[in-house]
Design a protein around this ligand. Sequence first.
Ligand code: FES
Length: 565
Amino acid sequence: MASGLRKGLTSYGDAGFSLFLRTAFIKAMGFTDDALDRPIIGITDTYSDFNPCHGNVPDLIEAAKRGIMLAGGLPMAFPTISVHESFAHPTSMFLRNLMALDTEEMIRAQPMDAVLLIGGCDKTLPAQLMGAASANIPAIVLPTGPMLVGHYKGEVLGACTDCRRLWARHRAGEMDAAEMNEVSSRLAPTKGTCMVMGTASTMACMIEALGMSLPGSGTAPATHADRVRLAEASGATAVRLAREGVTPRQILTKAAFRNAFAVLQAIGGSTNGLIHMTAVAGRMGIDVDLEEFDALGRDVPVLVDLKPSGQHYMEHFHWAGGVPRLLRELAPLLDTSCLTVTGGTLAGSIAAAEDVPGQNVIRTRDNPIHQGGGLAVLRGNLAPDGALLKRSAATASLLRHEGRAVVFDSIPDMAARIDDDDLDVTADDILVLRNAGPKGAPGMPEAGYLPIPRKLARAGVKDMVRISDARRSGTAFGTIVLHASPESAAGGPLALVQTGDRIRLDADARTLDLLVDAAELDRRRAAWTPPLPPEGAERGYLRLYLEQVLQAGQGCDFAFCRPPA
Ligand code: FES
């Protein structure tokens, strides 16, 4: 099989000429024949002035290049799309699949024997892993790593659990605009990803458990020397993977995904972790069974004491031993024979885990933060294909609740009415948001964290049951039911709910039901018409997206990106 510069020659109808031309052009960069004869390791460059979560990428690339060269390879960094949560309109999820396509095709198009994927902000690691899984050349992931914590008036702060908590206080009139401006300088004090167990941290930890990154990669702070050393080691590892021909297909097995899902439960991870890892597994032809996931959740307790489920931050998790130490605690529930990029198995990573005397961030299984896992899959006539609830970040008294539906027909409708003092709503009601799913919004934005109506927030209400077909940030707290599937824009039952209907949630029984009789629902279904397509849907990426995006149960991947059945 061709390697190095000989891989994937540009088509001129004469392979010898293609290689000659390629060699001639690359020599313009000053490379010697010796350098060009080495295994070529591509490095994704996702640095962007719009992406502070990737602010350390240049340093990581430099260290990775050092590791690659020390191991006898030739590093070649190349740009791909970079997506930051707060700088992606309408929502970063809309762009995840575009980044996956870009990553996959650039890996295929350019001659590289292995690829080092450097990413971090929420959608980037899943996108990169989806692309690399489909391209299936040797690959290793290096997350950019979490930020350090912030401080404000003696309080430790973290993006973005505390962004939302403090914004809720501002909405309730407890903090003024000047204070909020001051806080905005403290919440994200360094480069790197959010330092709570949000989606970025969740994905980094799951990918480490999956075996696609080196031990420690999931947790080492972005600005710490450990992160730079990991970059050097990841570069060297990429050279070995290239020489040994170890591809993602050998690592991304059903058992490895199960291990990653066990970690998702044990860290009280983001609900987005399920969607993203489902999309990656789908690229391998592996369907994720929601009942299996839920059953796993009943066995795996939440062990990591991190916000928003607990009290610590990612740097504390790292210094407590990180993912390897957690894996040791979970070992009886895992398949530790799974291969990892280290060349060994998960058992090897566990054996090398650091023991930190007195640490209280990673609990033992007989002293968990929450029994029975963080994420529960709900079923019922309101979500026949499933919905998700993060139990570990919910209010215990609301986990079994019946209430009156207060329905918002879309995100703009919610924005227009939620703070209206005339809104007919009480703390016992259930807020319902629809047309916010993969096709509906479009892009399934993190709108599932419906704000508490201002008049209730002012009265001290901190949480209510909220139901939608949207996602939510992994950093948020609340009794929030997400991903109700099928989504309302695709004719799912959320489209049929009317204000005043009764809804019953029972998290222990895993049920979510609209208490309206079947004949009435049939009548409403017959009268339902789909929402109008968004502006611009007739062309371009939006058209491709709307035609191809799948539901949450298939990871919201594009249908044509999954392998043939
Ligand atoms: Fe990038 Fe939170 S905004 S990880």
